[in-house]
Design a protein around this ligand. Sequence first.
Ligand code: SF4
Length: 69
Amino acid sequence: MECHLLEKCGFFARYASSGLIDTEKLISCYCKGVNKNECRRLQYLYKFGVPPSDNMMPDGSMISIGVEH
Ligand code: SF4
């Protein structure tokens, strides 16, 4: 089952089909996989009540490839 935030997730929206990073493994592990409850983005949202930067990946590391808008 997919993550219930898939449609709203800033990371997913920005990077899933961007080709800028290799998202396949992350998405199959987290967003559409067994680790979705371990997603650091979800944990951040639950802890702070607001979503993290779109550049935070599900494993908690940050993307820094100069694509800030
Ligand atoms: S990155 Fe995390 S919050 Fe976003 S869709 Fe994937 S599992 Fe859900």
